[in-house]
Ligand binder design. Structure first.
Ligand code: P6P
Length: 332
């Protein structure tokens, strides 16, 4: 019998994190059960409220948010939750034993639910000291993360986590997340690039040059195919397993990028690096790219551009971006 998620985390990272992961896995199972039969219930569709991002909340966004917050609220180790769905952090008062702040996109890609495409739950865990303000504790750079995980609600329901000692995958079967991939290694190079080509005319010249060179094979010696689901977890999970690169560059509508630093880019950047990959921003505004995990957040819902995937492709983007601004190419 493969190890369970909780066994794996307890062995490698101790009881407190295992307890937190058990609670998060419980929330994931609740969300999974709701999603699986959503078309048969009134679970789909808009909730009728827009979140802090100005996005139309789906009913399942609210359900998933309640599931995650409800699962961790009972743990003395959790001092608060920063969620995409809540303008301000949810703070649990009088938690002298608080060690973690949970930062989450409870249901990423929910606009795909109506057409039965993969969606995901993303969680980043930062440390919090007794009495420390949850909002401030969440505003640490990604390098400080205690752990990161996502759940991919796809043909299989998979949970992928890291707590700094490798990236590991678990598959849900009969109510248990069972180990199905240990110490995942992202392939050095991949067959695909993944970007919303509909925005291509708005991309900076360096991004357009990079994509052209991937397509014609002149950048890294082979021609790349294109895959874009439009659900971050689906596109990232494929990139983690097959290699390649996912980009969300600046666009006219999102000049600072669309994806959120704290609960999308940071956790997946940690998972990518722990699997041998890399993650930077797109170096917009005429500067070089920055490692995602070293960006110091200013506010909980800030956005970032993103280039994430195999080391070769991300490094090559950095060189193209640097050349475009005339600066010295970054070391590989
Ligand atoms: P676009 C989903 O709404 C999401 O936040 C991510 O899951 C996904 O990668 C991205 O937006 C897709 O954005 O602009 O290409 O539709």
């Amino acid at each position: 019998m493969p190890k369970t998620l909780v066994e794996h985390v307890r062995e490698r990272h101790g009881d407190a994190l295992a307890e937190l992961f058990e609670a998060l896995a419980g929330a994931a199972k609740r969300i999974e059960a709701r999603i699986r039969t959503a078309p048969l219930s009134d679970a789909l569709g808009a909730f009728g409220h827009t979140n802090v991002q100005g996005e139309q909340q789906q009913k399942l966004d609210v359900f998933a948010n309640d599931a995650v917050i409800g699962a961790v609220r009972t743990l003395g180790s959790v001092g608060g939750v920063v969620s995409e769905e809540d303008d301000e952090p949810v703070v649990f008062l009088d938690r002298p034993g608080a060690r973690f702040v949970v930062i989450t996109d409870p249901l990423d890609g929910s606009s795909n639910l109506d057409v039965d495409v993969n969606v995901g739950t993303i969680v980043s865990v930062q440390a919090i000291g007794p009495g420390e303000d949850a909002r401030l504790a969440a505003l640490k750079p990604g390098t400080a993360q205690v752990a990161a995980l996502y759940v991919n609600y796809g043909p299989a329901t998979m949970l992928v986590y890291t707590a700094g000692r490798g990236t590991h995958a678990f598959t849900l079967r009969e109510g248990e997340f069972l180990l199905s991939g240990e110490d995942l290694a992202m392939p050095e190079r991949g067959p695909y690039y993944s970007v919303n080509e509909g925005n291509a005319a708005e991309f900076p010249a360096a991004v357009r040059t990079y994509l052209e060179k991937l397509r014609d094979g002149s950048l890294l010696g082979t021609k790349y195919g294109s895959r874009y689901v439009g659900s971050f977890i689906a596109d990232f999970h494929r990139t983690l397993l097959k290699g390649g690169v996912f980009l969300y560059p600046p666009t006219a509508k999102t000049p600072k990028g669309k994806l959120r630093l704290l609960y999308e880019a940071n956790p997946l950047a940690m998972l990518a690096e722990q699997a041998g990959g890399r993650a930077t921003d797109a170096g917009e505004d005429g500067r070089e790219t920055r490692r995602i995990l070293e960006i110091v957040p200013k506010e909980p819902h800030e956005r970032t551009t993103l280039v994430i995937g195999s080391a070769a492709e991300v490094a090559a983007f950095g060189d193209v971006a640097a050349a475009a601004v005339g600066s010295v190419p970054q070391e590989k």
